[in-house]
Write a protein of this length. Sequence first.
Lengths: 552, 174
Amino acid sequence: MYLYDELDRTIVAERVAEFRDQVGRRISGALTEEEFKLLRLMNGVYLQLHAYMLRISIPYGTLSSRQLRMLAHVGRRYDRNYGHFTTRQNIQFNWIKLEDLPNATADLASAGLHGMQTSGNCVRNITTDQWAGVAPDEIEDPRIWAELLRQHCTMHPEFSFLPRKFKIAVTAATHDRAAVKVHDIGLRLHRNGAGEVGFEVLVGGGLGRTPFIAKSIRPFLPKRDILSYTEAILRVYNQFARRDNIYKARIKILVHDLGAEAFAREVEAEWQHIKDGPLALDPAVVAEIAARFRYPDYARLDENPPELAQLRNADRRFDTWLGNAVANHKVPGYAIVTLSLKPEGGPPGDATSDQMDAIADLADRYSFGEIRVGHEQNLVFPHVAQRDLAELWRALDAIGVATPNVGLVSDIIACPGLDYCSLANARAIPVAQELTRRFRDLDLARDLGRLHINISGCINACGHHHVGHIGILGVEKNGEEFYQITLGGRADERAELGALLGPAVPYGKVADAVEEVVAAYLELRERPSEKFVETVKRLGVEPFKERVYATH
Amino acid sequence: MPLIKNGRVTEDRYIKILDDAPLPEDGPVIVPAARFLADAEEILRRNAPVGVIWPNNRRVAELEPYLDRVSLVILVFPSFKDGRAYSQARQLRERYGFRGELRATGQILRDQFLFQVRAGFDALDVAKAGDVDAFAAALARYTVFYQPAGEGRIAAARQRAARLAVPAPGEAML
């Protein structure tokens, strides 16, 4: 956990006071809706189809049990008893009233929560690996860098009115769980030939209507330079990106238009002016931030306690869950547990206030009071003793968050779509719900192996459909919802954009088409261990296309 | 539009000279960037302060050779959402060491006052008369700042570093 000090708390409190004043001015009419729009966006408040929506930042996806209880409270008191965890490791409430916003934000602030940097054309919540600090394959905790960047970018006097939103992700593991290659800036902590740890800097990745995989502009950046180099990138972006067309305003377009090399030269020239200035990181400042990340006082426990094996043999459901939702921890005797927010027939990423309260209590009992939010819209208990797994599983199962479908076909990422969002062209959630029903057979799901379905209700791609193994994009044709299907996308260290399968299919045929794709995979794979994306890579989309469109 | 300079409503002593109008014999003038660059030496030879309106899509590096002789630079916010002039302001102040008046003009609203002052502006052409009285409160709204920006406010990181260097009262006695 990162513990706020009095400086962090002061900023949040001052922000709450400022927002209360701004809402008051809107209600009194002193601010027009147009003027208020940007101010509310700077506090995470959107105006959606039916109501205002409040998005709350969960920096790098780390929450305390106390904070989760506060989110449960906000859902209960000001919303409709649930919240929706997003692909940016945040949470949003969909039914909040304008006049309740000041009090809701004040309640949140009492637990160190806020909506700063969650919307508007600023640097958004910095995301990272939801297993940060506990993953066996990481070289250090990336959240320290995410926190340094978060602070640096929060209410930045130069970068609060950028051409468009700006997203940064950090990974420190060999397997990229943070999707850094589809971010405006992707940072990959790694060790260079001399044994020093620093950052590879990637820029210009992104999805939306013009998807790009990020380009590497610096293979190794020393840690001391991370703030100044980021500042240089943002300054070049702020000055030279297009502002005449919001669809061409992201950094990916600037990097593409200039070329990565020319862009890198601009950044380098800017950076030379500031690299040795006040942004050069003092190791004492880094150490101070690092010291405010508290790690649990782990017990000395045996890896794979014998009682666990007995319970696995005794209970097939437990065994299935354990094989699916539990991952290796860097500390012997502990495990990382994923809580699936993808029950059969449920909207992906939703949790009720009662579930949040129950999860907070379980986190206190089994995970040192800590919870993570992953970009796949599931929750994680990062520090569970292996000997507690069976007990925890029973408790999670009782509240409906132990569906053993993590990383499988029914673990679907979906944006809110036309059910909530004013930008959407088509529904996303009902498509996801239908697919979870079609693929309710967990034995089949396990046989299919890792298979990510991503659904976006419009071209803005909040559901990251381009990087779904199966991507589904809702479009509107003559007033009806149609869906384009792409295959072979991935968001990890081998990031790739999916290839279009063929003509869009109508709403009622999407689940059928996905079933055909999956059936084709089962026939086409060389062996059961060949993953879906590998089969698509080997064969291309043609054989899938033949199968899907032959039957329609 | 009222002009707030260093926190006070101030009369603008400059006269704006359009592109082709002749320059007056004396008195402070403001000229557009293109005209200034076309005839800089001539304009600066007048024995009166010179201000330049600089568009937000032109590199301020072009102005560098003249900055010690220009007394005012005006940067433009066509809309409060267009933040290019923040970068120009910081470059002028922090890189090129411009010490003259740095004025923001355009859609200058109270909710951006603090950002603008932090970026290095000391004069604001306030868009709404009603926002003038809010200036002091807008600047006092925040007391903690996460990042250094060259305008003198101490960033949180430096406060923390200082806290590490100096033992808190009580700790020193142990």
